[in-house]
Design a protein around this ligand. Structure first.
Ligand SMILES: Nc1ncnc2c1ncn2[C@@H]1O[C@H](COP(=O)(O)OP(=O)(O)O)[C@@H](O)[C@H]1O
Ligand SMILES: [Mg+2]
Length: 343
């Protein structure tokens, strides 16, 4: 292979690749390697640059004649920490190739998955503990006491409903995630979506003694979307306004068409759900759309919340190329605003 072809080959890899001589000095490096380590790397002892015991040991084995080797390596600068997998492979008796693969994202995804499983287990464990406790009581002490039995059965039903709700939310989250890349394109009439949402929540709205107003632009054109998912979005948002903002007595739903927004090509529908409840402390706002995040855990659980509602909302809006904007001031209520592209 000509030297030019060899250079082209090294450059074909987007990840750092270096050719190391038998004495451990760097003979060639591609652009990605130069960007990571700097130009000083040429001709330098690789061991002296990658000063971490696992990598050093691996390089020494390669210098001593090993055919292959691998080691974990980490780098950090002011803005980020990255993990790498360093692999070495002998070319011939005089040189070996060292390449680095960035494993940071893989590791982050793995950590996220572990967190998620831990969260789900935790959420299921508490209702199960309650159920097991009451089952035992019903078989023993409360077996002959009809009043206690009824009371306990009601609690057990409540806990069962909580688990059912959690499983339903988990399933819809995974369904939305599975279809995240496919942009939905059915023409959806948003007034119909809101109508269906409010009809479904009517009993709760009445029970809370709330007044809900809905103000949409005349002749609103349809939104390209997925009807059922958009119902889910507004169901979640109105239900939250009901659960956490009922003190204010009113929920206002207001839509406006905006011709242009940063990051969007064409016109969009901005639809705000405003409540006058207690509002949300600003420290919570950026995290509300994380799975299982609740500003007030006890309160959310009490009302049968799973902490997944806003995560689902965010995913659905993302699939529609839309956005969620949360504005709130403690004591003054909150506005959850959805932005949906109209074309
Ligand atoms: N309108 C609102 N007013 C005050 N807090 C809210 C409002 N909507 C959501 N929140 C907060 O955001 C959290 C997350 O909401 P969500 O993801 O729907 O979970 P859930 O309602 O199941 O707890 C809630 O637990 C609550 O603390
Ligand atoms: Mg909710």
């Amino acid at each position: 292979m000509s030297p030019n072809a060899f250079t082209a080959l090294l450059e074909a890899f987007s990840e750092p690749v270096l050719v190391v001589r038998e004495d451990g000095t760097v003979e060639t490096a591609n652009t990605a390697a130069l960007e990571l380590f700097g130009k000083r790397i040429m001709g330098a002892q690789l061991r002296a640059l990658l000063r971490q015991p696992e990598v050093t040991a691996m390089l020494e084995r390669m210098i001593a004649g090993a055919d292959t080797g691998s080691a974990a390596y980490s780098t950090s600068d002011a803005s980020s920490e990255r993990s790498w997998k360093v692999t070495a492979r002998r070319m011939d008796t005089h040189a070996f190739v060292v390449s680095l693969r960035d494993t940071s994202e893989l590791e982050a995804a793995e950590a996220q998955r572990r967190d998620f499983v831990a969260n789900v287990s935790h959420e299921l464990r508490s209702p199960l503990t309650v159920l097991a406790g009451f089952l035992e009581t019903l078989q023993g002490a409360a077996a002959e006491d009809p009043d206690a039995r009824n009371e306990f059965l009601a609690i057990m039903q409540n806990e069962t409903e909580r688990m059912t709700g959690l499983v339903a939310d988990l399933l819809s989250l995974s369904r939305v995630e599975a279809s995240a890349r496919i942009r939905p394109r059915d023409p959806v009439a948003i007034d119909m979506v809101l109508h269906a949402t409010l009809a479904a929540l009517r009993p709760q709205i009445e029970q809370a003694g709330l007044h809900v107003t809905c103000d949409l632009p005349e002749n609103l054109s349809s939104v390209p979307g997925d009807y059922d998912q958009l119902v889910q979005v507004y169901h979640n948002l109105v239900e939250n306004a009901l659960k956490y903002g009922a003190d204010g007595g009113v929920i206002e739903i207001t839509g406006v068409v905006v011709p242009r927004l940063p990051g969007l090509d064409g016109p969009a529908l901005r639809l705000g759900i405003r409540d006058y409840g207690e509002g949300i402390d600003p420290i919570h706002i950026p995290r509300l759309t994380e799975r299982f995040y609740r500003a007030d855990r006890a309160r959310s659980r009490e009302s049968g919340g799973t902490g997944l509602g806003l995560a689902i909302v965010k995913h659905i809006l993302g699939r529609h190329r839309g956005r969620l904007i949360i504005r709130s001031h403690p004591g003054e209520g909150s506005t959850f605003e959805t932005i949906l592209p109209l074309s």
